[in-house]
Structures are given as structure tokens and as C-alpha cells.
Design a protein around this ligand. Structure first.
Ligand SMILES: *[C@@H]1O[C@H](CO)[C@@H](O)[C@H](O)[C@H]1NC(C)=O
Ligand SMILES: *[C@@H]1O[C@H](CO)[C@@H](O)[C@H](O)[C@H]1NC(C)=O
Ligand SMILES: *[C@@H]1O[C@H](CO)[C@@H](O)[C@H](O)[C@H]1NC(C)=O
Length: 456
């Protein structure tokens, strides 16, 4: 059997805010991590560049003839696995806590080949970009005291049949979405590429893949603040983010009705200079230029506010839809906790992430900022779940608590292999990406946990 997947595109609405023109910006040191990188990878194009929407019909296509697996059959690998790895598709034992554990050697090859997985846009296929070492491919996450079942593409696709999972957030959301598409593709023959659909709206920020045979949809929505905002874009004369705490980002919110599971992943963009708006006024500012005369406020508070309002609104809209359409379908709303970066030094001075091995359990503490960002997500998700009211709730909230497992993987980033041709900074130094994840790589484990989460 085989399948075709299509890359569909979404319309991008224009969310324009009035932007102050002042360029005098003094940066707080801790705000800098990952910022320039975010521009490099995410998208240099200002958010206001809009293209006409490409509307694609739902195509029931001729499926290509069966062909041999391009890489390997995951289920075969699993059944012959010499390790203690749980090979079955069984859902996890009740109450297994995946958030803490250690990385252990895994002789099994990854489920897919990053060079041939077409979902991967430039950047995260480290091998294709010249990364030669392969040790980072052979680790699996061993939670303390319980097992995390291996990723089963078949089980995920069964769950995703006639469903739609949307990843919403920043470039780490995209990283995870691409990983999921590669993982799902691994069970079947190589997907057919639809050339004309390669034209992606707004630099690949809004993408959609349909596994036709399963009527299973995976999509990614760019929304780095979850709420409405305009990203800092130095080159476009936008010296800081504008975040509107009391307005929702309808680019994805308006699509909620068609989505069965939402995976939120955001946080990195909150660390950089931002002006916060509410009720049409500036209510605070983080790491802004003194000359703007705004009161400095904590980005932790702004992040919590954005997450809180987003989760409340998702629940509210689902209730509203359910009331209109009767028969309420369960919706899963998962939010990933903060994914730490591993620059050894200043990211903007070409700091690398040269480690070739995971840290051992306890060898590397989660940093203060990362721990706080994680805590905010855990607390807000827990509060949302409590409001939703237990097992019978129409919306099931869950945290994808990946901070610790990600923190232990300094070896899993692209480093200098973020592009086919290294990105060289103004000072001639090669720019390293120690923030996103190689694919295959640790981000696949995020989806391994996501599978258990959606299965409930
Ligand atoms: C992945 O695919 C590429 C291109 O076909 C191939 O050269 C490479 O050897 C493959 N990698 C692995 C680990 O099989
Ligand atoms: C395909 O899946 C979508 C959800 O993504 C659903 O709304 C639609 O009804 C499904 N189509 C069929 C033919 O079942
Ligand atoms: C900030 O305050 C100073 C002193 O009161 C004033 O001169 C300046 O115009 C203010 N800047 C802005 C952007 O309002």
C-alpha cells in the first residue's frame, strides 16, 4: 500500500499594527539567546507580506503502485529489537510520567531518513547538510520507572483517520510538525510530491499535509505568541515584537473548528524585546529602548498571560461550536513545554554546540529561564484541565513536558549544519543553530510522547 500526501496552503491574513519607528534599542543580555537565529530560520520576511491564497481542491488521487520501503519498516525493526524497548502499540501504562528520565543507547536506526523525507525544509536535515557523525541518532528516552512505547506510525495514523492535528506556534512547532510527517511517512512508500504545491504561503509558515489514504491531516500554523502580534524584524524596521495580549490570532483560532488536536509550542519569541498591548494601550515592555519610556515588565508574566488567555479561548470556542453543532467531538489540546537551546557561549559570536553525546541524567540542570517557562505551561495547562472538568470534558488539555529530555540533548541540534551552505555572519563566523533539532533526532521523541497523549 502506499499513499500520497499533499502540501496544501493556507491563506494568511494581514495583522498589521502601528509600529513605532524608533530604532534605538538597548538589549538586555539574556534576551539575546536564539533571537538572531530565530530570524535566520524562521523567516526574514515581515509578517505583512501576504500572498494570494492557493486553494486546492480535495483530490482523490490515483495512488502510486506499491514500492519497497525507502528506509525500513518500523514495525519489523521493533519486533526484532534486541532491547527491552516496548514494541507493541499498546498505550502507555496509566500514570507514566515521561517528563523525567534518561537517554539510553538504542541500536535501532531511526524510523526515517532525513535526507529523503520531503517534509523537511532546509535546516533540520542535518545529514543532508553535511553532518557526518551519526551517534546522535541512536538514543531513546527512558522515563524513570515506566516505558515510553516506541512511536508507531500505524497507531498514529489509525488515531488520525478522518482527523486533523495542527501544530501552532513558532519554529519549534514547525520542527515538531515536520518530524511527525516524516515519522508517519515512514510506514509507507515515499510520498508523491505535488510540485505546484511547493509554493508555500508566507515562507512555509502555514503548511498542511494530507495522508489521503487515511484522510489524515497534519498542519502547521505560524503564531509565535499564540495571541496576536507582530514579530520583531530588524531588517524590516521592526525593532521589537508587538504583542497584543487581548486579541487572538485568528489565522489559527478561526480554524479550530476543523481541528481535532492542537499542539501549541511557543516561548522563544517572548524572550526578545517586546511591547505589550492591551485594551488598545501599551501596558508594558520587555527589554525595550529606554527612550520609549515604557515600564519594563516581565516576559514570564506576558507569556503566562498569552498562554492563559489562549487556553481559555480554545475551550470557550469549542463549547460554543459544540452547542451549535450538537454532538461534541473531543478535542485534544496539548502544549509543549520550553525546549532549551545549547549554545556554548554567545549565540551571536558563533557559539557552537559541539557535544556529541547526551548529558547523563542529572549532569545538566535545566536553566532558570527554561524552568520558569516550563512551569508556566504546566500550571496553565493544569488549570485549564481543571476548568474543563475531568474525564468527560469535551476538551482534553495535556502538557507535553519535554524540557528535561530536550535539555539533556546538546548533541541533537544542527549546529553549523543548519543549511547546505553554512550561514556566515557579518564577522565571518559560521552561525550555529543550537536551538532547533536535527531530524531524525530528539524532536521525534516529542511526537512519541504526543502519540501517547492523543491516545489518552
Ligand atoms: C538517506 O538517503 C540518502 C539519499 O538517498 C542516502 O544517501 C543515505 O545513505 C541515506 N541514509 C541512511 C542512514 O540510510
Ligand atoms: C476527512 O477528515 C476531515 C477531518 O480532517 C473530516 O471533516 C471529513 O469529514 C473527512 N472526510 C471523509 C470523507 O470522511
Ligand atoms: C520619553 O520621555 C522623555 C522625557 O520625558 C521625552 O523627552 C521623550 O519624548 C519621551 N519619548 C517618547 C517616545 O515618548
Amino acid at each position: 500500500m502506499s499513499f500520497t500526501h499533499l502540501v496544501k496552503t493556507y491563506e494568511v491574513q494581514n495583522d498589521k499594527l502601528l509600529l513605532p519607528k524608533k530604532q534605538l534599542v538597548t538589549y538586555a543580555l539574556y534576551a539575546l539567546i536564539a533571537v538572531a537565529l530565530l530570524y535566520l530560520f524562521i523567516d526574514p520576511a515581515p509578517a505583512s507580506s501576504s500572498k494570494p491564497a492557493v486553494t486546492l481542491p480535495w483530490v482523490q488521487q490515483e495512488l502510486p503502485p506499491p514500492s519497497p520501503p525507502p528506509y525500513q519498516q518500523p514495525d519489523e525493526v521493533l519486533s526484532s529489537a534486541p532491547t527491552q524497548q516496548v514494541a507493541k502499540e499498546a498505550s502507555a501504562p496509566q500514570g507514566c510520567d515521561y517528563s523525567d528520565g534518561e537517554w539510553v543507547p538504542d541500536p535501532n536506526p531511526p524510523l526515517y531518513n532525513g535526507t529523503t523525507c520531503e517534509a523537511i525544509k532546509d535546516g533540520r536535515s542535518c545529514a543532508a547538510n553535511g553532518r557526518r557523525d551519526t551517534g546522535y541518532l541512536h538514543w531513546r528516552w527512558q522515563p524513570r520507572g515506566c516505558e515510553l512505547p516506541a512511536f508507531s506510525p500505524a497507531a498514529f495514523l489509525r488515531w488520525l483517520r478522518h482527523k486533523h492535528v495542527a501544530f501552532v506556534g513558532d519554529s519549534l512547532a514547525r520542527n515538531q510538525a515536520e518530524s511527525l510527517v516524516c515519522l508517519l511517512s515512514s510506514s509507507r512508500s515515499r510520498p508523491e510530491e505535488e510540485e505546484e504545491e511547493e509554493e508555500l504561503v508566507d515562507g512555509g509558515r502555514f503548511r498542511r499535509w494530507v495522508f489521503i489514504e487515511h484522510n489524515a491531516t497534519v498542519s502547521v500554523f505560524w503564531s509565535p505568541f499564540l495571541v496576536r502580534g507582530v514579530e520583531k524584524a530588524e531588517k524590516a524596521g521592526v525593532p521589537y515584537n508587538d504583542v497584543v495580549l487581548d486579541a487572538f490570532d485568528e489565522r489559527w483560532m478561526s480554524r479550530l473548528g476543523e481541528v481535532d488536536a492542537v499542539v501549541l509550542s511557543a516561548g522563544q519569541w517572548f524572550k526578545i524585546p517586546s511591547v505589550y498591548h492591551e485594551s488598545g494601550r501599551v501596558v508594558g515592555c520587555h527589554a525595550c529602548a529606554k527612550e520609549l519610556n515604557h515600564t519594563e515588565t516581565s516576559f514570564f508574566a506576558a507569556f503566562r498571560d498569552a498562554v492563559h488567555r489562549t487556553l481559555v479561548e480554545v475551550a470557550r470556542r469549542h463549547e460554543h461550536d459544540a452547542a451549535i453543532h450538537k454532538g461534541r467531538k473531543e478535542k485534544v489540546v496539548a502544549m509543549a513545554t520550553f525546549s532549551p537551546s545549547h549554545f556554548e557561549g554567545d549565540w551571536d559570536k558563533g557559539a557552537p554546540c559541539p557535544k556529541k553525546q547526551p548529558y547523563k541524567s542529572g549532569e545538566k540542570e535545566v536553566g532558570y529561564t527554561e524552568a520558569e517557562m516550563r512551569r508556566i505551561v504546566l500550571e496553565e495547562v493544569e488549570a485549564a484541565a481543571a476548568r474543563a472538568g475531568g474525564a468527560a470534558a469535551a476538551v482534553r488539555f495535556a502538557a507535553l513536558d519535554v524540557t528535561t529530555l530536550a535539555n539533556l540533548r546538546p548533541d541533537g541540534h544542527p549546529g553549523p549544519y543548519m543549511r547546505k551552505n553554512p550561514v556566515v555572519g557579518d564577522d565571518g563566523r559560521v552561525q550555529n543553530d543550537c536551538l532547533h533539532w536535527c531530524m531524525p533526532g530528539p524532536v521525534d521523541t516529542f511526537n512519541q510522547i504526543l502519540l501517547q497523549t492523543v491516545l489518552g
